[in-house]
Design a binder for this molecule. Structure first.
Ligand code: ADP
Ligand code: MG
Length: 696
């Protein structure tokens, strides 16, 4: 029977109980599925160590020798067995804390002892070593790299540990070695010198040597990345041929009047370049799908406005969608202010727009009087209809799901051009996968005159000093943000933290006015507090991360992040971006508890070391992996990578993408018989990974 048809229940060493566990924990139900559970590490079993060669606690060692002396210490649960093992020259202590009654040592018998050394009492020891009788081991076959598998706590409790997994998978090997159909055509394998599937699966589990392991990994990673790219690019080609974009070739009165008479400052070179890139798309006759990345404060709003004016000059309306009401209001304010004295009409539609206002806006939209509509999710509702929507701008993209974006496309006969703006820099590999079908523009320059923000990391023990510093800033007329971790659903303690923080600030700064904002507040109340802070009526704003996105208060010069250890890197960077928006020196103070994990310490160090959003995003990707990254968390990474890594396999990803591109250039629909395998494989993957349909 084919491996893809063989139920794991009937494999040697499995049975119904373990089969159920494998299904639940690893989503594995056939022998073939099991072959795709890849080891996470390998241990070299061909090398035997002498005890004196042990030099660290990182490497597993195996030693041939015998036990010379042992004793059990203690009784019952706290019983412990300590045994002295010699390789003939030196000795090492081995210890068992558990299962002492099952360890039966014999004198004068040679063992292979295997384990990871620990360093204790100025010397190396081995705790819970594995033992095999040398006489039972065939040294001819006892070599090579031994695979180790990740198993869940539940699996371990059911004795389905790495060793058991190894045995089960080893049991499938004879059948696998008969050969299974490849999932990449021979031509492609030859072109990129890829190992065939059978060999790759054999060697990923039981590599004959490191060279074959490397080749097996390369092939499996390539395949994984290749099919994702093929899917993304296929969708992109389909879209390009299906949707013609609204042509916007003209630069007219609206743009020119604003540019020459109302622009409050000159554009940075990066802003100019990005606008040119967008303009090229707008007149291309194809529908634009562009991602605009620009660090916080790089001036994306202005770019958005200029694009909207281009659309107006060509007879089209624009809508700008913001993730929060606060942000939508702020855009409204900024744009209205900048557009004073022009004939451009901007409207605002959010959850708190009254029914009456709403009706007015609906009709202004339909009659074409509205040039730019700013709003929140409220924009997506079916009742919102445009006379001629030509451009959709989505601000702070990661807050919106892909489905919501898609819905905006249906608001005109053809999908409008789409510009997605984000301040969360997305590492290149991630952009190529999650947003693989978008063109990318980058604003990599801040407006002149900004002083780099100084970032400081302190523990909570330093509160007094920090308060003195905050006092100085307030005396200089500056304002201060104090941010607490997000209030999650049902997480009362967060709200308590925030309220305590509010009271603390009120007590320590009795002459100051303090605002408080959090996500559980009514929108009206929230806006009122935000407004008070923005206008300078209050000096301190105690808030949760609702302020993370986009808020602009140039007079605020200090960002204090409480419990900074609970934030991810990108989020910290976003928060820091709320200050440093005026001409004054700004500060970001990260407060953590004293004891920190290694990763947290790294995060804090990176924040202190750099202001560069792209470096931070790369570091975040390395530290946390793509699944947890801000920017993919909300919209979701639409697939799970089993073996390739977006942090380390950038090169391979680019090769795989090029390979997919070459194939689609010749055969955009994959309709030729020689490309049938690709089509079939994409179909299978779509079935297996439910969310794959989202990559479009
Ligand atoms: P973000 O990219 O984070 O959305 P904003 O669009 O809010 O940034 O811009 C941040 C600040 O920089 C705003 O106060 C804006 O008016 C200002 N700004 C934008 N472009 C320029 C420029 N070319 N020169 C000077 N200031 C600018
Ligand atoms: Mg912005």
């Amino acid at each position: 029977m084919e491996l893809s048809q063989r139920d794991i229940t009937y494999l040697p060493g499995v049975g119904p109980k373990r089969a159920a566990m494998l299904k639940k924990e690893l989503h594995v139900s056939t022998a073939l599925d099991l072959l795709y559970v890849f080891p996470y590490k390998y241990i070299d079993r061909s090398r035997f160590y002498m005890i004196r060669e042990i030099e660290d606690t990182e490497t597993y060692v195996q030693i041939i020798g015998e036990f010379v002396d042992w004793k059990t210490i203690g009784i019952g649960k706290s019983q412990r067995l300590s045994a002295l093992f010699t390789d003939g020259t030196d000795t090492i202590e081995t210890v068992w804390f558990r299962g002492v009654q099952y360890v039966k040592l014999e004198r004068g018998v040679k063992y292979i002892l295997f384990g990871k050394p620990t360093f204790f009492n100025h010397t190396y020891n081995i705790v819970h070593p594995e033992l095999e009788l040398l006489s039972r081991v065939n040294l001819e076959t006892h070599k090579g790299l031994e695979p180790h598998y990740n198993t869940s706590g539940e699996m371990k409790a059911g004795w389905l540990n790495s060793k058991a997994m190894r045995k089960i998978i080893a049991g499938i090997m004879p059948d696998l070695k008969q050969g299974i159909p490849d999932t990449l055509p021979q031509s492609l394998r030859e072109k990129y010198r890829l190992m065939d599937l059978t060999q790759s699966l054999v060697n990923i589990h039981f590599p004959t040597d490191t060279q074959s392991l490397r080749q097996a990994r390369a092939r499996l990673k390539f395949e994984e990345l290749f099919y994702i790219q093929l899917q993304i690019l296929l969708q992109m080609k389909r879209r390009e041929s299906q949707f013609v974009g609204f042509p916007m070739p003209r630069v007219g009165a609206a743009f020119n009047d604003f540019y020459f008479n109302h622009l409050p400052f000159s554009l940075t070179n990066a802003q100019k370049r990005v606008i040119k890139e967008i303009q090229t798309d707008l007149k291309s006759g194809k529908q634009m799908n562009r991602l605009l990345q620009g660090d916080v404060g790089s001036g994306k709003t202005l770019v958005a406005l200029l694009c909207a004016l281009l659309a107006k000059d060509n007879g089209y309306q624009t809508c700008i969608m913001a993730p929060t009401e606060i942000l939508a209001n702020q855009h409204m304010q900024t744009l209205t202010q900048m557009l004073q004295g022009t004939s451009v009409r901007v409207d605002l539609l959010t959850g708190s727009t009254t029914k009456k206002q709403r009706e007015g806006i609906h009709s202004a939209l339909l009659s074409g009087q509205t040039d730019i509509l700013i709003g929140t999710h409220a924009l997506i509702e079916d009742t919102v209809q445009f006379a001629n929507l030509g451009l959709v701008i989505v601000d702070e993209q990661h807050r919106f799901g892909v489905a919501q974006r898609a819905k905006l496309w249906t608001k005109n006969v053809n999908p409008p051009h789409v510009l997605v703006m984000t301040a969360t820099p997305i590492p290149r590999t991630l952009a190529m996968t999650v947003y693989g079908d978008l063109s990318v523009s980058v604003i990599d320059e801040l407006p002149p005159g900004r002083k780099p923000i100084q970032t400081l990391h302190y523990t909570q023990l330093r509160r007094d000093g920090i308060n003195r510093f905050l006092r100085e800033q307030i005396n200089k007329g500056r304002q201060i943000y104090v941010v607490y971790p997000l209030i999650e659903e049902n997480k009362k303690s967060d709200l308590v933290d925030l309220e305590n923080g509010y009271r603390y600030m009120c007590e320590h700064f009795p002459d100051c006015r303090v605002s408080m904002v959090h996500g559980k507040m009514k929108a009206k109340e929230k806006d009122m507090h935000m407004q008070q802070f923005a206008s300078g009526e209050t000096q301190i704003l105690v808030a949760t991360t609702v302020i993370e996105v986009g808020v602009n208060v140039p007079n605020a010069s200090v960002m204090v992040v409480e419990n900074a250890e609970r934030f991810g890197l990108s989020q910290l960077h976003q928060l820091r971006g709320r200050v440093g928006r005026g001409a004054e020196q700004s500060y970001c103070i990260l407060l953590t508890r004293v004891e920190l994990s290694k990763d947290t310490r790294k995060r804090m160090d990176i924040m202190v070391a750099t202001n560069d959003g792209f470096r931070i995003a790369e570091a975040d990707l390395q530290l946390r992996g793509p699944g947890d990254l801000e920017g993919t968390q909300q919209s979701g990474l639409p697939f799970e990578l089993k073996i390739a890594s977006l942090s380390t396999d950038q090169k391979l990803l680019e090769i795989a993408r090029q390979a997919a591109m070459d194939i689609l250039d010749d055969d955009p629909e994959l309709s030729s018989t020689e490309n049938e395998m690709y089509r079939r494989q994409l179909g299978k993957l779509k079935q297996r990974v439910v969310d794959w349909g989202i990559i479009s």
